[in-house]
Design a protein around this ligand. Structure first.
Ligand code: FAD
Length: 431
């Protein structure tokens, strides 16, 4: 049977079940390294297209991933493609219908999501990654051979092409090799695949460090995600994202370069803000920390890394695609997986996985994500000027029109570009 999906012709076929991997099956069409949202999405698309896909994941799912847990419209569009909307609806999550911003001078404004946000009638999700990733990961098992607790340690290269991976079966404590016609690096911010092809982003001006904790009983939680530009972590921000049953994801993030330059201890800054900042002091009285405070790195898409080459592509965090203003990366990892799958499908059909042929992935990827990553980089720079943050948030707090303009910018890339125009700020100043 054949069906068209993601612009690819699908063939329905039986995949080997988990645990049924035979020695003679160690050659695959596609090997995906990493089963986060990016890797699971790519494995699903290509498995559905009829390719023999191996997904190697070092963790045992469900696993935690340090994150703010805010799931954007882009991610939802992939969930829809996969028919997984019911799955997220029946798992623990919170629906949010706007953003609350506070400025360095402590002005607060609420911006509702416009109707149609994420194709979702004006709401988004906050869903723990332990839950969200597991939905996409388990679903990929229908279409790919999935091996958990297999950690990729190296790439096999022959004649200038990546042709396979070496990995460690963490249970059996045995090394294993697999060969594939193409290898997909989807192994996150500290990607082994990216490192082995010299495509890591370790630039402190284009990456961020962020901390995350779970709390319960914070007072005054609403259906808004909260982004606070407080002085102690500028030019980064402090967030409170509401979760189910009165719990919340709380965190703070800052450009690595600024953190190093100002010798900031992010954990100390976060805990001090919770204890002493007038915005949070009362709200956190009686609140309970439910987790460790964990940190991780965010490779930003403000720096382009080379995400393709002979026999491989990189996607998601391993391709450094996180939004440099919002820190959002789940959606970009899933969208990059969708684009990569289309290009890989064409390349495998043409039996040509050369760098020259896979360049199309880079072109398509940057056509789709490039403009918004560029705008967000600009916004990140604006965020470094207290005066502008104070101005925008104060004007928005007073004017319905400005609030509606910003709300429109949340869904419309064209509208977002207004932020880049000096005219926008002049209008705010004198409007
Ligand atoms: C503190 C923080 C807050 C954030 N907040 C948000 C937010 O609110 N919303 C948002 O959209 N984004 C957020 N992000 C960014 C988001 O977490 C990432 O962009 C997203 O996880 C990228 O998905 P991925 O599939 O590319 O990589 P990952 O989700 O990192 O998945 C990579 C997978 O590869 C596996 N792996 C790693 N190495 C190997 C190996 N050698 N062999 C086999 N498997 C391996 C890992 O176990 C993991 O499962 C945040 C990030 C941080 C650090």
């Amino acid at each position: 049977m054949e069906k068209v999906f993601n612009n690819m012709v699908l063939k329905i076929q039986n995949r080997p079940l988990f645990g049924e991997l035979m020695a003679e099956e160690e050659n695959f069409d596609v090997i995906v390294v990493g089963g986060g949202p990016g890797g699971s999405t790519c494995a699903t698309y290509l498995g559905k297209a009829g390719y023999k896909v191996l997904l190697l994941e070092k963790a045992k799912f469900p696993r935690d991933k340090t994150c703010g847990d805010a799931v954007s419209g882009k991610s939802v569009s992939v969930l829809r493609d996969f028919g997984l909307m019911d799955a997220i609806e029946t798992q623990p999550h919170e629906k949010v219908n706007g953003v609350l911003f506070s400025s360095p001078d402590a002005t607060i404004v609420e911006i509702p999501f416009p109707s149609g946000y994420g194709g979702n009638k004006g709401f988004g999700y906050v869903c723990r990654r332990e839950v969200f990733d597991n939905i996409v990961f388990q679903h990929s098992k229908k279409y790919a051979t999935v091996l958990e607790q297999f950690q990729v340690t190296d790439l096999i290269k022959e004649n200038g092409y990546v042709v396979g991976v070496r990995c460690m079966d963490l249970n059996a404590k045995k090394e294993k090799t697999f060969r594939g016609r193409i290898i997909v690096g989807a192994d996150g911010a500290l990607s082994v695949v990216a490192r082995k092809v010299n495509a890591e982003n370790t630039d402190p001006k284009h990456s961020c460090v962020a901390l995350r904790a779970y709390y319960k009983n914070i007072k005054g939680l609403t259906k808004n995600i909260e982004i606070h530009f407080i002085n102690s972590v500028l030019p980064g921000y402090f967030w409170i994202f509401p979760l189910e049953n009165g719990t919340a994801n709380v965190g703070v993030g800052m450009l690595t370069y600024d953190m190093q330059k100002r010798a900031i201890n992010l954990k100390t800054s976060m805990l001090e803000a919770i204890k002493n900042d007038p915005l949070f002091k009362e709200r956190f009285q009686g609140a309970e920390l439910m987790s460790d405070i964990k940190g991780w790195t965010l490779p930003f898409g403000s720096k382009k890394v080379k995400c393709y080459g002979n026999g491989y592509v990189l996607l998601g965090d391993s391709a450094s695609l996180i939004d440099p203003f919002t820190g959002e990366g789940i959606g970009n990892s899933m969208v990059s997986a969708r684009i990569a799958s289309r290009v890989i499908d064409k390349a495998l059909k043409a039996n040509d996985v050369s760098e020259n042929n896979l360049k199309e992935y880079d072109v398509e990827l940057w056509k789709e994500l490039g403009p918004e990553l560029k705008t967000s980089y600009y916004l990140q720079k604006i965020g470094q000027h207290k005066f502008l943050l104070n101005l925008i948030i104060k004007k928005a707090s007073k004017s319905k029109h400005v609030r509606e303009t910003i709300s429109g910018m949340l869904v419309n890339e064209q509208a977002k570009k207004q932020f880049v125009s000096p005219l926008f700020y002049l209008k705010l100043l004198f409007g």
